[in-house]
Design a protein around this ligand. Structure first.
Ligand code: COA
Length: 310
């Protein structure tokens, strides 16, 4: 697709130590483990820390794996919808904390943020960047009303990062599809000083449709058919959404990476957390095709097909 491409050379994660199980939540909320597991696939989530702190942990781990020093990074791109402050961007804290000498900026496309950020990073590489650190990090717990059961059972905190390096030739990114429908922004929102609100049923319906459509477009644009996708790394919002999307795409569910059981919905951190899990468990080999696909507030959605290795 492009003459100068990007290759992921390192990855890392950052997670709070504190594990909150469904049983823990049912101590203070009118809910129970069976309901949460059946409706969402979530068993437990990690809660705590700051967005910058988790991002720094993930970023340092990714740099270590890539064998790169912070001063070799041209820019850190942080996908987050839960910044530590409104101003400055949380990427500034991350840049300083890691010791990166290059640029820093935030991307907010809610839960689609990591795929948006990774796509932007590939664009920067196409016009000359050598090495970028792309991070998805969130502390959704900070904007959650813990006295209300509809949203609090879903969310978790965490971060995932990748180092993207330039290569001559096409690199890993075969295709991408970024989308948004701002007329649906009322379905999932958090006003200044408020709590996260979502219309779960409407989001569910729309999510499956946009994930399937954008994934089909990205797969076709990559010159592939769904049976040639070896691994799906989906946004982790609900196991039933992942299942329904795989079914409609005609991709066996076993090819989807699932970490929602352990981490809940970590918004823009969920795709890099799932990617790291797949790599740690040797589920992704050179030459295989991986589909990243997500959706979130805005509504936004994003799918990308990568050819692993390079
Ligand atoms: N524990 C126990 N019962 C609960 C509950 C909870 N935490 N939350 C809701 N219920 C009850 C409801 O009150 C309702 O009871 P009723 O039938 O007596 O009225 C029943 O369970 C069903 O609720 P409903 O809202 O219809 O459940 P659902 O199957 O739609 O599941 C979500 C709710 C939120 C899990 C689901 O809609 C969802 O995951 N949506 C997508 C959300 C999403 O992706 N958000 C992130 C976007 S990035």
């Amino acid at each position: 697709m492009i003459g100068r491409g990007g290759v992921i050379t390192g990855y890392g994660i950052g997670l709070p130590d504190k594990v909150v199980t469904n049983d823990d939540l049912s101590l203070t909320l009118d809910t129970n483990d069976a309901w949460i597991r059946e409706r969402t696939g979530i068993r437990e989530r990690r809660i705590g820390g700051t967005t910058s702190g988790l991002a720094i942990e993930a970023g340092l781990a990714a740099l270590k794996k890539a064998g790169r020093r912070p001063d070799e990074i041209d820019a850190v791109i942080l996908a987050t919808t839960t910044p530590d402050q409104i101003v400055p961007g949380t990427s500034a804290t991350v840049q300083d904390g890691i010791g990166i000498t290059g640029g820093a900026f935030d991307v907010n496309a809610a839960c689609s943020g990591f795929v948006y950020a990774l796509t932007v990073a590939h664009g920067m590489i196409a016009i000359g960047a050598e090495r970028l650190l792309v991070i998805g990090a969130e502390t959704l717990s900070k904007i959650t009303d813990w006295d209300e059961r509809s949203v609090s059972i879903l969310v978790g905190d965490g971060a995932g990062a990748v180092v993207l390096e330039a290569v001559d030739g096409p690199g890993q990114l075969m295709s991408y599809k970024l989308g948004a429908d701002g007329s649906l922004r009322h379905l999932l929102k958090c006003d200044h000083g408020g709590y996260l609100y979502m219309n779960g049923k409407e989001i569910f319906r729309k999510a499956v449709a946009v994930v399937v459509e954008s994934a089909q477009q990205a797969i076709a644009e990559a010159g592939l058919t769904p049976d040639q996708i070896d691994l799906v790394v989906p946004h982790q919002a609900n196991l039933r959404i992942i299942s329904a999307a795989c079914q409609r795409l005609g991709i066996p569910e076993e090819k989807a990476v699932v970490v929602i059981d352990r981490y809940g919905n970590t918004s823009s951190a969920s795709i890099p957390l799932a990617l790291a899990d797949a790599l740690d468990t040797d589920r992704l080999q050179a030459g295989q095709h991986v589909l990243l696909t997500g959706f979130g507030g805005g509504m936004t959605w994003a799918s990308a097909v990568l050819k692993w290795g390079g």
